[in-house]
Design a protein around this ligand. Structure first.
Ligand SMILES: CC(C)(COP(=O)(O)OP(=O)(O)OC[C@H]1O[C@@H](n2cnc3c(N)ncnc32)[C@H](O)[C@@H]1OP(=O)(O)O)[C@@H](O)C(=O)NCCC(=O)NCCS
Length: 175
C-alpha cells in the first residue's frame, strides 16, 4: 500500500465501465512529462472503442490492465500487452503511468509487482519487456530494482520537443 497513511488506493483489473476514466488519465498524463510516447495529439479513440478493448483484455490470458483508483478516480495504469501469434504470445510489453500528483508514494512499485505476479500466474507470459527513455531515471531505477536488465540502447529512439533521445530496451524473464 502507499507509504502515505491517508491515501486509500485500490489496485484492480480494468473493466469496460472504466473506459472514460482510462482515456481521461491517459490524456491527462500525456503532457505531464516528456516520457510518454503519446503527446498533445490525444488518444484518438472513443469511449465505446476503449470499452470494447478493455473487455477483450479482461478476458485475455496474456493481456492485462491494472488500475490504481483513489476516491473513485483512476490515477494510475499498468499494463501487459501481448500478441495472439503462437510463436510470440509469451512476450508481454509493459506500460505504466501514474498521475504526477501521486508519484513517490510507492504506487509505481506496487503496480509493477502486481504485473509481475499476474504474468507469473498467467502461465503464458515468460518474458516481460519495456522501453524507457534513458533520461527517465526514476522509471529505470524502479525497473532495475525489480530485475529488469538493459538489453540495448536505441539511438534516436524517440523525438521530444525537437530533440532525439536514447531509449533503453529492458527485459526480465518470469519463469
Ligand atoms: C515511473 C513511475 C510509474 C513511478 O511511479 P511512482 O509511484 O512515483 O514510483 P514509486 O513511488 O513506487 O517509486 C519507485 C522507485 O522510483 C525510484 N525513485 C523514486 N523517486 C526517485 C527520484 N527522485 N529519482 C530517482 N529515482 C526515484 C526509486 O527506485 C523508487 O523505488 P523505492 O521503492 O526503492 O523508493 C511514475 O514516475 C510515472 O508515471 N512516470 C511518468 C510515466 C513514465 O515515465 N512511465 C514509464 C515509461 S517507460
Amino acid at each position: 500500500m502507499a507509504k502515505e497513511e491517508t491515501l486509500d488506493c485500490i489496485i484492480r483489473e480494468a473493466i469496460p465501465d472504466d473506459a472514460k476514466e482510462v482515456i481521461d488519465l491517459l490524456n491527462r498524463t500525456a503532457t505531464q512529462t516528456g516520457f510518454m510516447t503519446q503527446g498533445e495529439e490525444g488518444l484518438g479513440i472513443t469511449v465505446e472503442e476503449e470499452a470494447e478493448e478493455l473487455d477483450k483484455i479482461y478476458h485475455s490470458d496474456n493481456n492485462t490492465i491494472l488500475l490504481a483508483v483513489v476516491d473513485g478516480q483512476v490515477i494510475g495504469i499498468a499494463s501487459i500487452h501481448a500478441s495472439s501469434k503462437p510463436k510470440i504470445r509469451h512476450i508481454g510489453d509493459i506500460g505504466i503511468v501514474i498521475d504526477k500528483e501521486y508519484w513517490g508514494m510507492g504506487l509505481g512499485r506496487l503496480m509493477m509487482e502486481d504485473l509481475i505476479e499476474w504474468a507469473q500466474e498467467s502461465e503464458v507470459i515468460k518474458r516481460l519487456q519495456l522501453q524507457v527513455q534513458h533520461r527517465n531515471t526514476r522509471a529505470r531505477a524502479l525497473y532495475e530494482s525489480l530485475g529488469f536488465e538493459l538489453e540495448a540502447i536505441m539511438k534516436y529512439g524517440v523525438k521530444d520537443a525537437g530533440e532525439y533521445l536514447d531509449v533503453c530496451q529492458m527485459s526480465r524473464l518470469v519463469l
